[in-house]
Design a protein around this ligand. Structure first.
Ligand code: GUN
Length: 293
């Protein structure tokens, strides 16, 4: 079994980005600039956004944090988005989700200029992805593609089973794994909560991408020898022995499954750390006008 070390890989990629930024600075070129909009004071969202801003600083990007009270109106938020769309210095921006209940999150996503949608949530970017056109991939799928690519894990002709059909992980991954590209060319099954015999599907899988949000859901009896496991789950389970009272586990029962796997991502330290790196890569691509010209 080989561990896919997302933490180490994300550090490597961040160093590569920092190197590029240094070259841009040396040549007096524009420095990539990411903006993040955070509404309210949800601790998890605050922590995610802080980590995104900190990562920008680490690689030498400029960053702007726009923090608004959760009493903000839809119109006020739309105005902020419009300003960011029109601000030539901002290469890309994100609106951290979830948003308060009185805000229409779909309308917010649709209001973001696809050229600046470095979260890859806009349907224009999703459609471009599905057609193999240059686009911003959402953070988690981009991170997974990077992992499979950099670990040289063969995907061509393999059978991939994606478990979970969310718009930002399962659905895009099911498309990407079947694309005609280095990471791709696999035969894909998209399994979900209505799949009849999930174990029958996962037992046929050479690659399993688990994104269902249920702790330890994929057990050793559901996987075959040599399987590649990408575990997207980040679930809190009670643990009295930890100071904070919980620990993080994935959607895959790590210990027993790892004994059968050829490659596996740990939780924490697997897919999670790759997501911020993806956002930085998208922002760099935007500042270099690599996606929309
Ligand atoms: N909330 C949880 N993950 C994400 C993400 O990747 N982007 C945004 N905008 N909000 C999130």
């Amino acid at each position: 079994m080989k561990l896919i070390d997302g933490k180490a890989l994300s550090e490597t990629i961040k160093s590569e980005i920092a190197e590029e930024v240094k070259k841009l600075k040396d040549r007096d070129k524009k420095i990539p600039h990411l903006a993040a909009v955070l509404v309210g004071n949800d601790p998890a969202s605050q922590s995610y956004v802080r980590s995104k801003v900190k990562s920008c600083e680490m690689v030498g990007f400029e960053s702007t944090l726009i923090n608004k009270d959760d009493s903000i109106t839809q119109e006020e938020l739309m105005e902020i988005i419009s300003d960011l769309n029109n601000d030539e210095d901002i290469d890309g921006f994100i609106v951290q989700l979830p948003l308060p209940k009185h805000i229409d999150a779909t309308a917010v996503t649709l209001a973001i200029d696809p050229k600046k949608d470095v979260d890859g949530f806009h349907p224009v970017n999703f459609g471009r992805m599905a057609q193999g056109l240059p686009c911003y991939l959402p953070a988690t799928p981009f991170g997974i593609v990077q992992m499979l690519d950099r670990y040289n894990i063969p995907t061509e002709g393999k059978h991939t089973v994606v478990v979970g059909r969310s718009n930002i992980v399962g659905k895009p991954m099911s498309i990407l794994m079947g694309m005609k590209s280095k990471v791709g060319n696999s035969t894909v099954t998209l399994a979900h909560s209505r799949t009849k015999d999930l174990a029958a599907e996962t037992l046929r899988a050479d690659i399993i991408i688990a994104a269902i949000g249920i702790p330890n859901f994929i057990t050793a009896d559901m996987v075959k020898e040599g399987v590649v496991i990408i575990d997207v789950g980040i679930n809190r389970v009670d643990d009295e022995s930890r100071k904070r009272g919980y620990r993080l586990v994935g959607d895959v029962d790590f210990e027993p499954v790892s004994k059968k796997a050829s490659f596996i991502t740990p939780v924490p330290g697997g897919v999670g750390p790759m997501t911020v790196t993806s956002l930085l890569m998208n922002t760099l691509m935007s500042s270099k006008k690599e996606v929309y010209g």
